[in-house]
Design a protein around this ligand. Structure first.
Ligand SMILES: CC(C)(COP(=O)(O)OP(=O)(O)OC[C@H]1O[C@@H](n2cnc3c(N)ncnc32)[C@H](O)[C@@H]1OP(=O)(O)O)[C@@H](O)C(=O)NCCC(=O)NCCS
Length: 234
């Protein structure tokens, strides 16, 4: 079995239970699933669909992971505990992604075409997370164990629950209950309100200046003043 150095390095970095490289190469079912997927994917790209599916079948029987050969998966892909991972044909996954047991990146349609998730780099899918449809999970996202994700998730977020709710973004915790409590709004929202307020102040002072310069101009122009007076008399 050919093992990509990036995939082996991912196991060594992210699995504290592994003894050494030899242990990983011999007994890490997640690493075996990834290696077999890589081979099946190469065959798939060469148009050898039946051979690719045969390896996919063997990998599924051996490791419990069903990764379709058509899926596109970047470097450093790490599956821990292997069992029950399902990744659909049109899924696209970036680099250094981690998947725990029971994760599904599945479709919600039987139509051909792009129907599985697109995932950025350095995403972690907690055990049994289910991500459905042609949605985008941004980079540096953490998906909570047992979550069901049905909508796009922005970069740098943590999403948990059923259906998934974003609980943290760009390092700021999002507390939905308290969103309207002005004394306790997240720093990023607070900063945006302050920026808008100062912009309003700036525009108000420009309007004020224009108004006074216009009225000054009118009063210093005798012809305009006479015209105004005439209009008032009408
Ligand atoms: C999502 C996750 C990454 C968040 O970790 P964290 O940033 O340390 O978050 P916290 O533990 O501080 O929890 C934050 C809030 O989210 C809730 N939460 C955390 N994980 C959750 C989950 N999977 N589902 C639902 N709610 C969850 C917590 O209850 C907490 O809610 P509260 O603020 O109302 O008390 C982590 O909980 C997780 O699920 N990791 C997956 C790990 C895994 O699958 N390991 C398998 C090893 S075999």
């Amino acid at each position: 079995m050919k093992i990509e150095p990036g995939d082996l390095a991912a196991v060594m970095e992210r699995d504290p239970a592994v003894i050494d490289e030899d242990d990983a190469i011999r007994y890490h079912t997640g690493l075996h699933a990834v290696s077999m997927y890589r081979k099946s994917h190469r065959l798939w790209l060469e148009g050898k669909f039946k051979k690719a599916r045969k390896i996919n079948y063997k990998a599924h029987a051996l490791t419990g992971c069903d990764i379709h050969p058509g899926a596109t998966i970047g470097e450093g892909f790490f599956i821990d505990h292997a069992t029950g991972v399902v990744i659909g044909e049109t899924a696209i996954i970036g680099d250094d992604v981690t998947v725990y047991q029971g994760v599904t990146l599945g479709g919600v349609s039987i139509e051909k075409g792009k129907r599985h998730p697109t995932v950025g780099d350095r995403v972690v899918f907690g055990a049994n997370a289910t991500v459905l449809g042609d949605i985008v999970i941004g980079s540096d996202v953490r998906v909570g164990a047992g979550s069901v994700i049905l909508k796009d998730v922005p970069n740098n977020s943590t999403v948990v629950g059923i259906p998934g709710q974003i609980i943290e973004r760009d390092g700021v915790k999002i507390d939905k209950k308290n969103m309207l409590m002005h004394n306790d709004i997240p720093e990023c929202v607070n900063g945006e309100i302050i920026r808008l307020q100062s912009e309003i102040n700036r525009l108000s002072s420009i309007i004020e200046e224009l108004r006074s310069s216009l009225s000054g101009a009118a009063s210093s122009d005798p012809a305009a003043t006479a015209e105004k007076a005439k209009n008032r008399e009408k």
